[in-house]
Ligand binder design. Structure first.
Ligand SMILES: Cc1cc2nc3c(=O)[nH]c(=O)nc-3n(C[C@H](O)[C@H](O)[C@H](O)COP(=O)(O)O)c2cc1C
Length: 331
């Protein structure tokens, strides 16, 4: 097994959560006189030409090892059934290897929902990787690509990629040749408004802020190196997810913002939208639910959908049309 595969396998064993729930800082307003029929509440959301049952995307989780492939397959099937979007884990390990690439050939399982693949921004510095990725986009019939920014994780990781010069132009170049919408995410420390601003100038269409509050990859890597002090330092670097969403929405209400990092319920999805996100995403809770296979993931997604519906009812809203950026709905 090569080094990347070994590392991915270790990542799959990770189950650390953030120790703060930053969404708890906000509470939903309550309307005891709702002019709404609960049964008719409409949660449907348009995303990349697909109609989702509710505004949710399952966030990227590593593939490329048998365990990861099985995980991806079960989660993908659950996403299609529940009608939420699906993003795979990093495809890096499979580029140029037809056997491994087969594990990402999931579009038939995801016929009714958007399917996005994932790659590290650093890898895009290599033009050969960009070329293989462009071929993979066509071969796998994906609906979009997520580029992850993980500089903190890389500098903490043993033999990580530490020279980040040239990553900006690599992203800008890739957007020009990608042929599908390109999204950017962080991995638990957050995309600041300044970074989103730059990315949007290059044509990146959407941003998963992936901030503090959930799994932090910088922290995970430091922990894996058995460096508890470094892990503690790293865990506090970055921005809290709800704060980031609010700040980015206030800067530019046109940005397609996805709230990721610490989303742990349907109410967190709703709070994310009130703060300014168009949808929300999560990884770790989905991975934990997948311990019970596809059914476990479906159960979690249905619970979150129901919680979102209850939350909207409590606000006296019949759908999501008046929710985004409406901070009067929180106190
Ligand atoms: C098992 C696992 C594997 C992950 N692999 C990737 C990956 O390959 N690429 C990526 O961009 N993020 C990866 N992530 C990070 C998530 O996409 C997400 O940004 C992060 O976990 C924060 O969200 P959460 O708090 O809901 O878990 C992974 C997360 C988990 C739990």
């Amino acid at each position: 097994m090569n080094d990347i595969l070994k590392r991915k396998k270790r990542h799959l064993q990770v189950t650390q959560n953030g120790d703060m729930d930053y969404f708890d800082q906000y509470k939903l307003r309550y309307n005891a006189l709702p002019e709404v029929d609960f049964e008719q509440i409409d949660l449907q959301t348009q995303f990349l030409d697909y109609q989702l049952a509710f505004p949710f995307l399952v966030s990227s989780m590593s593939g490329g090892v048998e365990q990861g492939n099985e995980l991806n397959l079960q989660i993908a099937e659950a996403c299609n059934e529940a009608r939420v979007a699906f993003a795979s884990g990093s495809i890096r390990v499979a580029l140029g290897d037809p056997d491994l690439l087969g594990a990402f050939d999931l579009k038939d399982k995801l016929a009714d929902v958007p399917y996005l693949i994932n790659i590290g921004a650093f890898q895009l510095k290599d033009k050969k990787i960009q070329k293989s990725l462009v071929s993979a986009i066509k071969e796998l019939r994906v609906d979009g690509v997520f580029i992850h920014l993980n500089p903190l994780q890389e500098v903490v990781q043993e033999d990580g990629d530490t020279d980040w010069r040239g990553v900006k132009s690599a992203i800008a170049d890739f957007v020009q040749v990608a042929s599908v919408p390109v999204f950017v995410k962080e991995v638990g420390h957050g995309l600041s408004t300044e970074v989103i601003e730059e990315l949007s100038e290059w044509g990146v269409v959407g941003f998963d802020v992936s901030g503090l509050g959930g799994l932090s990859w910088g922290h995970v890597e430091a922990d894996l190196q058995n460096e508890p002090e470094l892990a503690n330092v790293v865990r506090n670097i970055g921005y809290e997810t709800p704060w980031l969403v609010k700040e980015a929405y206030a800067t530019n209400a046109e940005w397609l913002l996805i709230a990721g990092g610490g989303v742990r319920s349907g109410i967190d999805i709703l709070k994310s939208m009130i703060l300014g996100a168009s949808m929300a995403t999560a990884a770790l809770p989905i991975k934990m639910a997948a311990a019970d296979g596809k059914e476990g993931v479906l159960k979690l997604l249905n619970h979150w959908k129901q919680q979102l519906q209850v939350g909207l009812f409590a606000l006296g809203q019949k759908d999501l049309s008046k929710v985004r950026g409406n901070s009067d709905l929180l106190f």
